[in-house]
Design a protein around this ligand. Structure first.
Ligand code: COA
Length: 314
């Protein structure tokens, strides 16, 4: 029995904030600087009165419909977030309630790497026979912890939610056990309780590239694969330079590198499922493809895995 991804969904807030909007607000920045240094052109922001939980549920519903699964078939719900609506309760019980089910529901804080960690946990539950269908929702509202007076961080982040459904089956590849790691560097990237996200951009940049590349190499080697076997590579959408440098270190050609960072910016843990969903709707991701995933975030924490996309259950 393997675990496989059988459905994907996304939700983005309606409000779009362009680089020009930051200029118009008087922030000391330019569209040219932001595009050159990050590749970001616009991002979505949730209105302050709106709830992350509603966005997470919207993504979950789309993933369930995509999988052709009823919410009552879910055994377990994991929501990854660093920006829940309440310190407690988490977003997951809210999503379960919105879906009208009482399944096990828990939040996981894996910062920008949350989705890869949650995929690993969900797959382990399925492989161990403890669950047959698991919903993973990654939902982050970084606008809530962004200092919009600080140009070095204000332009980098966006809000969004992405969701995936995993079920058990005799999949050809399924979801490979992830290569996960951590290295406690709280001074380099953090958000204090009640405060704003701050970081040493250079250190984050270098570590993100090196750790995502190392973890990807490790999982490929363990699975008896090479970079050439991958049909697509979806890394955490921090910014275009990080994506390009990681791909270059691994030897992933540009046509296999997925990027939607120009449209959504860095959406923390939501970034990988959003990129998968966009790659699919752009016609770049098809059933049976082999996809490499790599993520990195505050901790530092990181992870990489390889998945077969919507494979036949056989
Ligand atoms: C943030 C990042 C884009 C900055 O790029 P960089 O090339 O390293 O730029 P620097 O930090 O060296 O700053 C260069 C100059 O641009 C300025 N600058 C920073 N943000 C700016 C902005 N939005 N607009 C204009 N200028 C800006 C800096 O103040 C600095 O000015 P100075 O030379 O007068 O001091 C880059 O470090 C990065 O991608 N880091 C990782 C960020 C990230 O993705 N974090 C989350 C990961 S999960």
């Amino acid at each position: 029995m393997k675990a496989g991804v059988v459905g994907i969904g996304r939700a983005l807030p309606d409000k779009v904030v362009t680089n020009a909007d930051f200029e118009a607000r008087g922030l000391d920045t330019t569209d040219d600087w932001i595009v050159r240094r990050t590749g970001i052109r616009e991002r979505h922001h949730l209105e302050p009165e709106d709830q992350a939980g509603a966005l997470a549920t919207e993504a979950a519903r789309e993933a369930l419909a995509d999988a052709g699964l009823g919410a009552d078939e879910l055994d377990h719900i994991i929501v990854t977030t660093i920006t829940p609506d309440w310190i407690t309760p988490g977003l997951a019980p809210r999503v379960a309630d919105d879906l009208g089910v009482g399944a096990g529901a828990v939040d996981l804080n894996g910062a920008c790497a949350g989705f890869v960690y949650a995929l690993d946990h969900a797959s382990a539950l399925i492989e161990a026979g403890r669950a047959s269908a698991v919903l993973v929702v990654s939902c982050d509202i970084l606008s809530r912890i962004t200092d919009f007076e600080d140009r070095s961080t204000a332009v980098l982040f966006g809000d969004g939610a992405g969701a995936a459904i995993l079920t058990g089956g005799e999949f050809a590849r399924g979801v490979a056990a992830a290569e996960l790691g951590s290295d406690y560097q709280v001074d380099q990237l953090n958000a204090p309780i009640g405060g704003f996200l701050g970081m040493n951009g250079r250190s984050v940049y270098t570590n993100a590239v090196d750790r995502m590349a190392q973890a990807t190499r490790a999982v490929l080697e363990r699975e008896g694969l090479t970079v050439d076997d991958l049909d697509l590579f979806v890394a955490h959408q921090a910014n275009q330079r990080i994506l390009d440098a990681t791909a270059a270190q691994l030897g992933v050609p540009a046509e296999k590198l997925v990027s939607n960072v120009d449209r959504v910016a860095n959406t923390s843990s939501a970034s990988i499922p959003l990129a998968l969903r966009d790659a699919e709707s752009d016609g770049r991701l098809e059933p049976g493809m082999l996809v490499g995933l790599a993520a990195f975030g505050a901790g530092y924490v990181w992870g990489a895995t390889v998945i077969g996309w919507k494979e036949d259950r056989a």
